[in-house]
Design a protein around this ligand. Structure first.
Ligand SMILES: [Zn+2]
Length: 259
């Protein structure tokens, strides 16, 4: 049966002579993998639409008992190359692709995740790269059901909103100062407030503000750590983002200390 859906290209790799395997997230059918026959030769069927994070209208055939769909063509809707691509932006786009591919199960329609990805792609320009990474990480954590309560300590249920919270890679949830585990990282009160706002508001509402790599770096670290903890693996691109944010840091971010 021939099907069609808006989709975003996640990953492409070669197979055989001129064929490609493509992993892509569709709006209507969830994440799929398919074969694009002779894709390297056919500009008519796939021209310019095989870059990671390209938004396309995908037409494909789903065959019974076949894991891979047969991709007939991709029609370009929006290319990530419409904005300048440097190493930082390429790393951010790769991060969106890696998280989406690792977190979402195959063939499980998840329209909110599709909308999150396409909205974040619209904002992933040089000025708002760190906003888009932070927003995407926080929202993916929530959509996957992995976001803990951001209001209270998981041990004593005391409010952490005014005092800030601590988190640790080996434990779920936030903790108050008294129950913080050794070597925990902190979340500042303003980052907790920002998280609540991000979970209520579209990303466009934050785009008027300047976003450096340091802004809400603790919240970004917290969300990425939650993703990695539940995926039970380190994200290759998250490590690249960590190095990038350190290298662009002009001043060290304010940190609370465990006394
Ligand atoms: Zn506590």
């Amino acid at each position: 049966m021939q099907l069609s859906s808006d989709a975003v290209i996640l990953r492409v790799w070669p197979v055989n002579e001129a064929d490609l395997i493509v992993s892509f997230l569709t709006r209507d059918f969830g994440k799929l993998k398919g074969v694009a026959k002779s894709a390297l030769k056919s500009r008519r069927r796939f021209g310019g639409a095989l870059e990671m994070m390209t938004e396309v209208k995908a037409t494909f055939v789903d065959r019974p008992r076949q894991e891979l769909v047969r991709i007939d063509h991709f029609e370009l809707i929006a290319s990530p190359l419409r904005a300048p691509v440097n190493y930082a932006r390429m790393t951010a786009l790769s991060f969106f692709a890696e998280v989406t591919e690792q977190a979402l199960p195959d063939r499980n329609p998840e329209e909110l995740a599709f909308r999150l990805l396409t909205t974040v792609l619209d904002h992933a320009t040089a000025d708002h790269l760190w906003l888009s990474i932070t927003y995407f990480s926080l929202w993916m954590t929530r959509l996957m059901g992995w976001l803990p309560d951001l209001n209270t300590c998981t041990v004593c249920t005391a409010s952490v909103l005014d005092s800030g919270a601590w988190f640790h890679p080996s434990a779920d949830g936030l903790r108050c100062h008294q129950h913080a585990m050794p070597t925990s990282a902190s979340l500042l009160p303003e980052s907790l407030r920002l998280a609540q706002q991000m979970l209520r508001c579209p990303i466009a509402e934050f785009a008027a503000q300047p976003w450096s790599a340091q802004r809400a770096a603790d919240l970004r670290r917290f969300a990425i750590q939650a993703l990695e903890r539940h995926l039970e693996r380190r994200l290759r691109t998250a490590e690249a983002l960590r190095r990038l944010s350190t290298s662009v840091a002009t001043a060290s971010p304010s940190r609370m200390r465990l006394s």
